[in-house]
Ligand binder design. Structure first.
Ligand SMILES: NC(=O)c1ccc[n+]([C@@H]2O[C@H](COP(=O)([O-])OP(=O)(O)OC[C@H]3O[C@@H](n4cnc5c(N)ncnc54)[C@H](O)[C@@H]3O)[C@@H](O)[C@H]2O)c1
Ligand SMILES: O=C(O)C(=O)C[C@]1(C(=O)O)C=C[C@@H](O)C=C1
Length: 401
């Protein structure tokens, strides 16, 4: 389906990307801006939400785009707004001559392209894009410069796009640490229906079931359900928009999933019926009828085994988590913390005094206990000094746990 040929051809000629405008400074726009700033690119920011631009600027993502003071077009304008508004924003930016080349980041491509053409956008300078990195959070406050490291970045230029324009946007993707991949918009939409959009719906379906659980059931929730439902925390308005723009491909994948789930539910119900008929809810009664029930149960379970086996095979087909790119290797230092105000501040102060930068922190709460475990992510060389400093200060540190 997709291939990186177009991107490779574009790589033969790597146009300099020195000035970029990011229009829409939410999660994705600000993350792109931060990544580009890290590579020394001059970034100009705009968003109808003034607070969003201010926060992005304060995070070091760039400076405010003042079009009245712009004397020349930037190299690339990245439109990082919700899919429905992108064609109109693109048309406006092209009319003002904001950039030499334009791209977007929408999670859907065919509908954006069709509408851009309908609005009379210049398709020679527009190279639609989709970085395959993201989070279940929105807004500039959740932005990260490393969001796209080792991820694919789809480019879906029409035949009208100039090769210079494609090369420029491929270079922008590489500057963000991603691997550009050129493919047709329709092929892109079918692919992301399978690897992103239908999985999001499945995650929401699992998470929605949790509404029927009582507090005891939810207290038992471990990491498994948290892994499966993480993306369900995404913005419902944004996801409704994404799904409606890719409706049929997503519906096709969901029908396949629904068939698998229905077959599994039928099999498990049938197993219950077989066991009940054998006179033992658990099917472990000694004697001929229990043995026959076990054999019948075995046959009935075939669809379950089949789904689990296919599931494992499908999971194994996913390329390495970060596409083979080495991310910083953090070590986790668990520290037991009391559940009381100011505790994190005190712990971070000890780390600061020891000259250790805490790269990330996650907190596991222990239900029913006034305690939690703070997982401190630090560079390997910082583990010993941090563990020593915290232990000396009386903290309960569990290196290697
Ligand atoms: N969230 C993800 O994981 C993810 C990943 C890849 C791509 N995308 C795509 O990125 C785009 C932005 O998503 P996000 O997650 O950054 O959302 P977000 O809500 O964090 O940011 C969207 C930003 O667009 C701005 N905006 C709204 N209307 C605008 C307009 N007319 N002109 C300019 N800016 C406007 C908003 O004020 C907001 O700051 C979407 O098209 C989405 O499909 C999202
Ligand atoms: O990691 C996440 O939180 C995401 O939802 C990212 C994700 C994905 O499904 O992989 C979601 C939507 C985007 O269009 C691209 C990436």
């Amino acid at each position: 389906m997709g291939n990186s040929k177009g991107a490779d051809e574009a790589a033969d000629h790597r146009p300099p990307v020195r000035r970029v405008a990011v229009v829409g400074t939410g999660l994705i726009g600000t993350s792109i801006a931060l990544a580009l700033r890290d590579r020394g690119v001059d970034v100009l920011l705009s968003d109808p939400d003034a607070a969003s631009v201010r926060l992005a600027c304060d995070l070091g993502a760039g400076s405010v785009l003042d079009e009245s003071a712009q004397s020349r077009p930037v190299d690339i304008a990245v439109i990082a707004a919700p899919p429905a508004v992108i064609p109109a924003v693109l048309r406006g930016a092209q009319d003002r001559g904001l950039a030499h080349v334009y791209t977007d980041v929408a999670s859907v491509k065919a509908s954006v392209l069709t509408e851009a053409e309908r609005l009379g956008c210049d398709m020679a300078t527009f190279v639609p894009g989709h970085p395959m990195g993201g989070r279940e959070k929105h807004g500039p406050g959740a932005a990260r410069a490393d969001l796209f490291l080792g991820r694919s970045w789809a480019l879906c230029p029409t035949g009208k796009a100039g090769s210079e324009a494609v090369a420029a946007v491929a270079e922008l993707a590489r500057l963000c640490g991603a691997d550009p991949l050129v493919l047709e918009a329709e092929a892109h939409d079918r692919a992301v229906a399978l690897v992103s959009h239908a999985p999001h719906v499945a995650s929401s379906a699992v998470a929605a079931r949790l509404l029927s659980g009582d507090d005891t059931a939810l207290t038992l929730a471990g990491q498994g359900v948290r892994d499966v439902t993480r993306v369900a925390g995404g913005d419902p308005a944004m996801w409704t928009e994404i799904l409606t723009h890719n409706a049929v491909p997503v519906a096709d994948v969901l029908r396949g999933m629904a068939a698998d789930l229905a077959a599994t539910a039928d099999a498990l119900h049938a197993l219950g019926a077989v066991r009940e008929a054998a006179g033992d809810g658990d099917g472990h009664e000694a004697g001929t009828s229990a043995g026959a029930a076990d054999r019948a149960g075995d046959d009935v379970l075939e669809p379950v085994r089949d789904l689990l086996a296919r599931g494992r095979s499908g999971q194994e087909r996913l390329p390495g988590k970060h596409g083979g790119v080495k991310l910083p290797d953090y070590t986790v230092l668990p520290v037991v913390i009391p559940d009381e105000p100011g505790v994190l501040g005190r712990m971070f102060a000890v780390a600061a005094d020891a000259g250790v930068n805490i790269e990330d922190v996650r907190i596991e709460h222990t239900p029913g206990l006034p305690l939690g475990v703070a997982q401190l992510y630090v560079l390997p060389a910082a583990v010993d000094p941090l563990a020593r400093a915290l232990s000396d200060d009386g903290w309960s540190v569990h290196a290697g746990a």
